[in-house]
Design a protein around this ligand. Structure first.
Ligand code: 5GP
Ligand code: MG
Ligand code: MG
Length: 179
């Protein structure tokens, strides 16, 4: 599997260090509150697990699955709910946890949805930000790493459902897309 990676963009150590930093920041930001952390399936799960271990307050976790990608490397521009939350959003402090913001369509859809459901507050934390891909106006409140406009895999991010279990973020060799 590692032989299919052209280059490691962000190492396991860098990711873990960043989770510690961001976790401390969130601990401060949400002290005396009980936020609902919403992980966006499936990509955000490794990040969500590592990040929230570093947040030293009580919180609740839930998951949503929305899709706009359909297996390719570019967004189709259409967002739909594949799995909704089990938790009521009204009056809650929502912390959306994402793997990456590219076009921003997924997040702007979620932010609008949680506003409509009358969240008390909505914050977005993303591991990666790809500002070059943006078509919808959306900004994360906390960003781990800004990356160039390249398709990345690993640490939750897939290509055709593979590579999510890599402990780092990398770029695939071009020949992998050929087959
Ligand atoms: P957006 O709606 O912001 O365009 O994209 C959101 C979703 O697209 C991400 O949560 C992720 O699943 C997928 N995505 C965007 N850029 C990349 C990338 O570089 N690599 C992978 N594997 N997925 C991406
Ligand atoms: Mg995602
Ligand atoms: Mg994907």
């Amino acid at each position: 599997m590692h032989s299919e990676i052209e280059k490691v963009l962000i190492s396991e150590e860098e990711i873990q260090e960043k989770c510690k930093e961001m976790g401390a920041h969130l601990t401060e930001e949400y002290k005396d509150r009980f936020p609902l952390a919403v992980g966006v399936l499936k990509g955000a799960t490794p990040f969500m697990a590592d990040l929230l271990k570093r947040v030293e307050i009580h919180l609740e976790m839930d998951f949503m699955d929305v899709s706009s990608y359909h297996g390719g490397t570019r967004s189709s521009g259409e967002v739909k709910i594949v799995k909704d939350l089990d938790t009521k959003v009204e009056g809650r402090d929502i912390l959306i946890i994402e793997d990456i913001i590219d076009s921003g369509l997924t997040l702007s859809y979620l932010v609008d949805l949680f506003k409509y459901r009358q969240a008390n507050s909505i914050k977005v934390v993303t591991l990666l930000d790809k500002p070059a891909g943006r078509t919808a106006y959306i900004k994360a409140d906390t960003i781990g790493f800004e990356i160039p406009d390249e398709f990345v895999v690993g640490y939750g991010l897939d290509y055709q459902e593979k590579y999510r279990n890599l402990p780092y973020i990398g770029i695939l060799k071009p020949e992998v897309y050929g087959g």
